[in-house]
Write a protein that binds this ligand. Structure first.
Ligand code: 4G0
Length: 230
């Protein structure tokens, strides 16, 4: 997967270029290509924004600068362009999994000031939000997308843990325990020490359903395991 990021703040992506995704990049499982929108300003002061027609507060990023930055991307015609915005469709684990099947993505990071609508209409395929709150820029949402998508790419992390985890069956995870066997007078549940694999599996599924019922009951609507109770 190649992530092409159009941003005014490429330095913000340093932590994600290091960290857990470092090995994924070294092994050529993912590539993060940062494009600084400012590099495409034709202005002598590298200005990229201007006042909105019709008046109003703030500034807008000019469409020509964003378009030229986009045009510089290799294989852009094969890439899905995603605009990170609070007006986008909410990101879900299913959407993450679907996007992980793409070869090339372009992540366009806007700002509170916004981007001229004409270039958005021209290049954006999908508008995505990571949740109902406003941030100063699309960079953190872009990093959330890179991290969540990368986990689905073969070899980036232990693959069986991806299919076992929260949301892969639509339920929250069961509780887990490690040594010591007794901690602050609390013993590890007996069934986990029994070595009885089918009992352990049954216990874990019951725990998953119970925890989901308590913490996120709305996830149980339409879940295939929602047959008990109610
Ligand atoms: C575009 C995404 C980008 C428009 C981006 C703000 C939150 C999210 C930005 C705006 C972002 C999210 C209209 C305020 C940059 N904040 N929830 N900020 N407007 O995914």
């Amino acid at each position: 997967m190649k992530f092409n990021v159009l941003t005014l703040f490429p330095e913000m992506f340093e932590p994600i270029k290091e960290s857990i995704l470092k090995r994924a990049q070294e092994n050529n499982l993912i590539e993060i290509n940062l494009i600084n929108i400012r590099d495409f300003s034709k202005n002598k002061h590298k200005k990229v924004d201007d006042y909105p027609y019709g008046g109003g507060a703030g500034m807008l990023i000019r469409p020509d600068v964003v378009y030229d930055a986009y045009q510089s991307i290799e294989n852009k015609e094969k890439a899905k362009v995603i605009y990170l915005s609070p007006q986008g469709k909410m990101l879900t684990q299913n959407k993450v999994k679907q996007l992980s099947k793409e070869q090339n993505l372009v992540l366009l990071c806007g700002h509170y000031e916004g981007i001229d609508q004409r270039v958005l209409d021209e290049i954006v395929d999908e508008e995505i939000s990571i949740g109902d709150y406003v941030l100063t820029g699309g960079e953190l949402p872009a990093m959330v997308l890179i991290d969540s998508i990368s986990r689905f790419i073969e070899g980036v992390i232990n693959t069986e843990s991806v299919s076992e985890e929260s949301f892969s069956n639509g339920l929250l995870e069961y509780p887990q325990y490690t040594r010591p066997e007794v901690f602050l007078n609390k013993k590890v549940p007996e069934v986990l020490l029994s070595g009885h694999h089918s009992n352990i599996e049954k216990w874990r599924k019951e725990q998953s359903i119970e925890i989901t019922r308590n913490k996120r009951p709305e996830l149980l609507e339409n879940n295939e395991f929602n047959k008990k109770g109610e």
